[in-house]
Ligand binder design. Sequence first.
Ligand code: SF4
Ligand code: SF4
Length: 396
Amino acid sequence: MLTELLEDFWAIREKNVIKIKELKEQGRKVVGIYCTFCPNELVIAAGAIPVGLCGTRDEPIAAAEETLPRNLCPLIKSSYGFAVTDTCPFFFFSDLIVGETTCDGKKKMFEIMGELKPVHVMQLPNLKGDGLYFQLWVDEIRRLRARLERELCAGISDEALWEAIDLVNRETRAVKEICDLNRQDPPALNGLELLAVVWSKGFSADRSGVVDMLVRLKEALVERQFQAAAGKSCCCPGPGREATSVPQWSRPRVLLTGCPVGLGSEKVVRLVEEKGGAVVAMENCTGYKTLELETGREHDDPIVALAHKYIRIPCSCMSPNQYRLELLERMIADFNPCAVVDLTWQACHTYNIEAYAVERLAAEKGLPYLHLETDYSASDREALKVRIEALLEMAR
Ligand code: SF4
Ligand code: SF4
């Protein structure tokens, strides 16, 4: 049962290519998004399907480098590479692309991507709080609403928006509950399983179906933990559990932070697990970064409610970005890691510079810390292995 449920998550992306194609033929619209700052509640409320397009594979990067500079973050190059080579079915199906002015590389890439598809770029303030910056963000979300209505020929009522908000809140809660099962030792999911569940859900055309899948998965994981505690079974092997024969309970627990990771760009997660560590939690956009954030009902205007939620995302493009450190501190207390791995994609200046503060936090908590700057290629695998091995030795 549990194995099948996990396999369903591994298969979401593939299955939904066909599903989205069928829905497009029936007239449904698709909106491609690249970042967690895009309020996908608006897309859902417009009756369209939001799909995550962030590039997580190395293959299209060479094509992207014909236009973009080589010393750019691989996530940006991969995203653009998929678009320009027309090799991502989700990009192909997208009627509109939504980007944000998060980092410099992304915002300039969106200008060029606009030659391929209609692109709407949200101007994101770099500062949280009330006042002028917040008002700008509220206006940007209203501007997105108007663009979606125009581009998708669909009205977005407040009622539909509150319904979409409830759905996304339920999904956030369901994902968080699964991630939180990894507070226990042994963790409920290994790093690759965790990634497959949290990352893959973004490709589903059926949001409430995904919430049901998450609820069923949580129940099955709780049951497995209960059986294991009762001595009836050990952690059963599932997809991704074959990396090494080291049992989950004897592995040094690792907290991964930094740039987003997806299937295809999971080499650091894979190496930690291959070398005998357990990635028990990820504080990044494909992990815990947004899981404490739900849209509240205390505001009458759903746009203002959404603005309050999204402006709190602790991305390194925010300055200052104190909430990330607070979140990391809570995660260290809750997930009890033995070490912190901080991943920076090459040329990502904001995460690279924040590594200074993360290292200091890890030192304060007495945790071994490893900052890795890498790209999507396999060229530095051996060097990474050595550094990860050394970290896990210190953590044992
Ligand atoms: S790390 Fe920042 S820019 Fe990248 S996806 Fe997350 S929120 Fe967006
Ligand atoms: S990883 Fe860094 S450089 Fe790359 S898109 Fe995200 S914020 Fe920008």
